[in-house]
Write a new protein. Sequence first.
Length: 137
Amino acid sequence: MTPQELAHTHTAAFTQSRPWTESEFADLLTNRFTHVIGNADCFALFQVTAGEAELLTIATHPNSQRQGLALRLMQDWHAKAKALGATRAFLDVAADNHPAIALYQRCGYTTCGLRKGYYLREKAEKIDAVVMICALT
Protein backbone atom coordinates (compact mmCIF):
# COMPACT_ATOMS: atom_id res chain seq x y z
CA MET A 1 0.00 0.00 0.00
CA THR A 2 1.11 3.52 -0.67
CA PRO A 3 1.21 6.25 1.98
CA GLN A 4 -1.66 7.93 0.11
CA GLU A 5 -3.83 4.78 0.32
CA LEU A 6 -2.99 4.32 4.00
CA ALA A 7 -3.90 7.94 4.77
CA HIS A 8 -7.17 7.65 2.84
CA THR A 9 -8.32 4.58 4.78
CA HIS A 10 -7.09 6.00 8.08
CA THR A 11 -9.00 9.24 7.50
CA ALA A 12 -12.20 7.36 6.72
CA ALA A 13 -11.82 5.12 9.79
CA PHE A 14 -10.62 7.63 12.39
CA THR A 15 -13.45 10.11 12.80
CA GLN A 16 -13.08 10.81 16.54
CA SER A 17 -9.37 11.61 16.58
CA ARG A 18 -6.88 13.09 14.17
CA PRO A 19 -6.07 10.67 11.36
CA TRP A 20 -2.48 10.23 10.26
CA THR A 21 -1.30 12.05 7.15
CA GLU A 22 0.26 10.71 3.99
CA SER A 23 3.55 12.29 5.09
CA GLU A 24 3.42 10.57 8.48
CA PHE A 25 2.83 7.20 6.84
CA ALA A 26 5.65 7.84 4.36
CA ASP A 27 8.03 8.65 7.22
CA LEU A 28 7.05 5.52 9.17
CA LEU A 29 7.53 3.30 6.14
CA THR A 30 11.15 4.44 5.75
CA ASN A 31 11.96 2.72 9.07
CA ARG A 32 13.28 -0.80 8.45
CA PHE A 33 11.45 -2.06 11.54
CA THR A 34 8.05 -0.87 10.31
CA HIS A 35 5.77 -3.23 8.40
CA VAL A 36 2.35 -2.90 6.84
CA ILE A 37 -0.05 -5.64 5.84
CA GLY A 38 -3.53 -5.57 4.40
CA ASN A 39 -5.15 -3.53 1.68
CA ALA A 40 -7.28 -0.42 1.15
CA ASP A 41 -10.19 -2.05 3.01
CA CYS A 42 -8.25 -2.91 6.16
CA PHE A 43 -4.58 -2.56 7.09
CA ALA A 44 -2.26 -2.85 10.08
CA LEU A 45 0.97 -0.94 10.60
CA PHE A 46 3.37 -2.36 13.17
CA GLN A 47 7.00 -2.40 14.26
CA VAL A 48 9.12 -5.32 15.41
CA THR A 49 12.29 -4.75 17.41
CA ALA A 50 14.23 -6.78 19.97
CA GLY A 51 11.64 -9.55 20.17
CA GLU A 52 8.68 -7.23 20.68
CA ALA A 53 6.00 -6.08 18.28
CA GLU A 54 3.93 -2.94 18.60
CA LEU A 55 0.75 -2.29 16.68
CA LEU A 56 1.02 1.34 15.64
CA THR A 57 -2.39 1.53 14.00
CA ILE A 58 -5.05 -0.65 12.46
CA ALA A 59 -7.82 0.75 10.30
CA THR A 60 -10.83 -0.67 8.54
CA HIS A 61 -12.63 1.50 6.01
CA PRO A 62 -16.22 2.10 7.19
CA ASN A 63 -17.57 0.45 4.03
CA SER A 64 -15.77 -2.77 5.03
CA GLN A 65 -16.44 -2.91 8.76
CA ARG A 66 -18.27 -5.77 10.50
CA GLN A 67 -16.99 -8.35 7.99
CA GLY A 68 -14.28 -9.95 10.13
CA LEU A 69 -11.44 -8.21 8.30
CA ALA A 70 -9.82 -6.75 11.42
CA LEU A 71 -9.86 -10.09 13.22
CA ARG A 72 -8.15 -11.81 10.27
CA LEU A 73 -5.69 -8.94 9.98
CA MET A 74 -4.82 -9.21 13.69
CA GLN A 75 -4.01 -12.89 13.16
CA ASP A 76 -1.96 -12.07 10.05
CA TRP A 77 0.12 -9.34 11.65
CA HIS A 78 0.75 -11.55 14.68
CA ALA A 79 2.00 -14.31 12.37
CA LYS A 80 4.29 -11.91 10.52
CA ALA A 81 5.60 -10.44 13.79
CA LYS A 82 6.36 -13.96 15.05
CA ALA A 83 8.16 -14.77 11.81
CA LEU A 84 10.26 -11.64 12.42
CA GLY A 85 11.21 -12.88 15.89
CA ALA A 86 8.63 -11.23 18.17
CA THR A 87 7.45 -13.16 21.22
CA ARG A 88 4.97 -10.60 22.52
CA ALA A 89 2.93 -7.74 21.16
CA PHE A 90 1.80 -4.41 22.58
CA LEU A 91 -0.75 -1.85 21.55
CA ASP A 92 -2.66 1.05 22.98
CA VAL A 93 -6.30 1.85 22.39
CA ALA A 94 -8.60 4.68 23.42
CA ALA A 95 -10.46 3.73 26.58
CA ASP A 96 -13.76 4.66 24.93
CA ASN A 97 -13.16 2.47 21.85
CA HIS A 98 -15.11 -0.51 23.16
CA PRO A 99 -15.33 -2.41 19.83
CA ALA A 100 -11.54 -2.30 19.42
CA ILE A 101 -10.96 -3.36 23.04
CA ALA A 102 -13.30 -6.31 22.52
CA LEU A 103 -11.41 -7.28 19.33
CA TYR A 104 -8.06 -7.13 21.12
CA GLN A 105 -9.35 -9.18 24.05
CA ARG A 106 -10.66 -11.75 21.59
CA CYS A 107 -7.13 -11.92 20.18
CA GLY A 108 -5.64 -12.64 23.61
CA TYR A 109 -4.67 -9.17 24.80
CA THR A 110 -4.89 -8.15 28.43
CA THR A 111 -4.55 -4.71 29.99
CA CYS A 112 -1.09 -3.91 31.35
CA GLY A 113 -1.22 -0.13 31.77
CA LEU A 114 -2.99 3.16 31.31
CA ARG A 115 -1.83 6.44 29.76
CA LYS A 116 -3.91 9.24 31.25
CA GLY A 117 -5.20 11.80 28.74
CA TYR A 118 -3.23 10.27 25.87
CA TYR A 119 -5.73 10.79 23.03
CA LEU A 120 -7.08 14.18 22.11
CA ARG A 121 -10.64 14.37 20.83
CA GLU A 122 -12.62 17.24 19.38
CA LYS A 123 -12.98 20.27 21.62
CA ALA A 124 -9.76 19.31 23.44
CA GLU A 125 -11.35 16.38 25.29
CA LYS A 126 -8.65 14.00 26.51
CA ILE A 127 -9.21 10.24 26.55
CA ASP A 128 -7.05 7.70 28.37
CA ALA A 129 -5.15 5.05 26.42
CA VAL A 130 -5.40 1.46 27.59
CA VAL A 131 -2.08 -0.33 27.06
CA MET A 132 -2.48 -4.00 26.23
CA ILE A 133 -0.13 -6.97 25.83
CA CYS A 134 -0.36 -10.38 24.21
CA ALA A 135 2.02 -13.34 24.10
CA LEU A 136 2.68 -14.44 20.53
CA THR A 137 2.58 -18.22 20.75
